[in-house]
Design a protein around this ligand. Structure first.
Ligand SMILES: *Cc1c(COP(=O)(O)O)cnc(C)c1O
Length: 415
C-alpha cells in the first residue's frame, strides 16, 4: 500500500496546469477524482487504527473506481441502500466485506438486499428499529445481524448531519440489551453500532468520546459480540486555515473511551476517505459588477454540488486561469434561480473573466452523489486520475438522458 501522504490536501496542492488541461479536454462542470489521494487517506486510517475494522461509507462517493481503490487497501464497504450494496458487489467486495445499514428501509431495498444475502450469506445487516427485525424475519433472513443504537449524543458540522441523538436513527440505547437477548437464538448477533453524525473535529472530540463510552458500556452489557461500531464522521478541513483532523488523537480518544471489550472496534468513515481527493472544475459564464461586489456566474450550481445550498458548507474556490490576478470581493453563483444557489458570498477571489476556469476544493465527498437534474440540467462528468492515467469515470449526462424516463414512460414496470 502507498504511504499516507500529507494529513490534508488543499486546493492549492493540485497541479493547476493539469486541472486546466482537464477542463479543456473534458468540458465543464467536471468532477476530478484522484485515486492516489483516496489510497493515502485509507492508508492513514489504517495507520491510526491498526487494530480496528475499517469500512468506507460508500454513500460519500459511489464511483466504481473509488470503490475498487478502497477495496484494494483492505477497507470494507458500509452501504446505506440496496443500490450501494449492488455497487459494492460490482466493485468486487465479497459478501463478508459488506455491511448494509438499514435506516427505515423501503421494502424493495430489503427484498433486494436479502436476495443478495442469500448468495452472500456473510453479509452483515444493521437495523435501527425492532420493527425492521420483523421485516427481515418475514423475508427469511437469519444471518449476521447488528443492532444500531441511538446513543443520545450527536455531533456534526450542521444540524442536518447530526444523527447520533436524533430519534430517527437507531434503537434507544437502553432497549438494545433486551432486544439483543430476544434475537440471539434466531440471528447471528455480531455487533452493535452507532453513528454520531458528520464532522468530528478537534473541538468536537468530547461528543465523540461520550458516544464511544456509551457504546463500550453497551458492548460489555450485551456481551459476546464480534464488533462495536462507533460510526464515521471524521472531519476534514474545508477552510484553508483549518488544521487537519489529528487522526491519532481521535484514535487514542476512541480507544480510551471504549475501554476493555472483547468486541473489536469498528469505524466507518465516508467523507474522510474521499473529500480532499476530489475537486470540481467550472467555467465562468457571466461577470456582473454591482456597486458592492462582483457576481461571478459559473456553469456549476446547486444541481452540481449541493453542499453549500443544503448545509451552508464552505468550499475553497480558486481561479485557475488567473493565479496572479488582484483579488476582489466576489459572489460565486450558479445558474439556478434560487437564492441558495451560491457557492460563496463576500469571498476574496482573483478578478475573473468570462471563460476562466474555477476550481472548487474538497468536492470528493457528497459532491457528485448529491447532484440532481433540477432545472433539467444534465449532471456533470467525472474523470479519475490514477498516477499518469486519466479516464472518464462517468460521462456527462445529455439532455437526451434527462428526458429519457419521460420518453420511455410506457415501458415502466410498476414497482
Ligand atoms: C453517512 C454515514 C457514515 C459516514 O459519515 P461521514 O461523515 O461521511 O464519515 C457512516 N455511517 C453511517 C451509518 C452513515 O450513515
Amino acid at each position: 500500500m502507498s504511504d499516507g501522504g500529507p494529513a490534508v490536501r488543499r486546493l492549492a496542492d493540485w497541479d493547476r496546469e493539469h486541472l486546466l488541461s482537464l477542463a479543456d479536454e473534458f468540458g465543464s462542470p467536471l468532477y476530478v477524482t484522484d485515486l492516489q489521494r483516496v489510497r493515502e487517506n485509507c492508508s492513514r486510517l489504517h495507520s491510526a487504527f491498526p487494530d480496528a475494522h475499517v469500512s468506507y461509507a460508500v454513500k460519500a462517493h459511489t464511483g466504481r473506481a473509488v470503490l475498487e481503490a478502497v477495496r484494494e487497501t483492505g477497507i470494507d464497504a458500509e452501504c446505506a441502500a440496496a443500490g450501494e450494496v449492488e455497487r459494492a458487489l460490482d466493485a468486487g467486495f465479497p459478501g463478508d466485506r459488506i455491511r448494509y445499514t438499514a435506516v427505515n428501509p423501503p421494502a424493495a431495498d430489503l427484498d433486494h438486499v436479502i436476495s443478495r444475502w442469500e448468495e452472500n450469506p456473510e453479509m452483515t445487516v444493521t437495523v435501527g428499529a425492532a420493527d425492521t427485525i420483523d421485516r427481515l424475519r418475514e423475508r427469511g433472513f437469519d444471518g449476521r445481524l447488528c443492532l444500531r443504537a441511538n446513543p443520545g449524543v450527536g455531533a456534526g458540522h450542521h444540524e442536518k448531519v447530526t444523527t447520533g441523538g436524533h430519534a430517527k436513527f437507531g434503537i434507544p440505547i437502553d432497549r438494545v440489551p433486551d432486544i439483543a437477548d430476544d434475537v440471539r437464538d434466531e440471528f447471528d448477533l455480531v455487533g452493535v453500532h452507532a453513528h454520531a453524525g458528520s464532522g468530528i473535529s478537534g473541538d468536537d472530540l468530547s461528543a465523540h468520546r461520550e458516544l464511544v463510552r456509551r457504546m463500550g458500556d453497551l458492548a460489555r452489557e450485551v456481551g459476546d459480540l464480534e464488533f462495536v461500531d462507533v460510526g464515521g464522521g471524521f472531519g476534514v478541513p474545508y477552510r484553508d486555515d483549518e488544521p487537519p483532523l489529528d487522526l491519532d488523537a481521535v484514535a487514542d480518544a476512541t480507544r480510551e473511551a471504549l475501554g476493555e471489550t472483547d468486541a473489536r472496534l469498528a469505524i466507518e468513515p465516508g467523507r474522510y476517505v474521499v473529500a480532499d481527493a476530489g475537486v470540481l472544475l467550472s467555467r465562468v459564464n457571466t461577470v456582473k459588477e454591482t456597486p458592492e461586489t462582483t457576481v461571478v456566474g459559473i456553469d456549476a450550481g446547486m444541481t452540481t454540488l449541493l453542499r453549500p445550498a443544503m448545509y451552508d458548507a464552505y468550499h475553497a474556490i480558486s481561479n485557475l486561469s488567473r493565479p496572479d490576478a488582484e483579488a476582489v470581493p466576489t459572489i460565486v453563483s450558479g445558474p439556478v434561480c434560487e437564492t441558495s444557489d451560491v457557492f460563496a458570498d463576500g469571498r476574496s477571489l482573483a478578478r475573473s473573466e468570462r471563460g476562466d476556469v474555477l476550481a472548487i476544493g474538497n468536492a470528493g465527498a457528497y459532491g457528485y452523489e448529491m447532484a440532481s437534474t433540477y432545472n433539467s440540467r444534465p449532471r456533470p462528468a467525472e474523470v479519475v486520475l490514477d498516477g499518469s492515467d486519466t479516464r472518464v469515470a462517468r460521462r456527462r449526462e445529455t439532455l437526451d438522458d434527462v428526458t429519457l424516463l419521460e420518453r420511455t414512460a410506457s415501458e415502466t414496470i410498476p414497482n
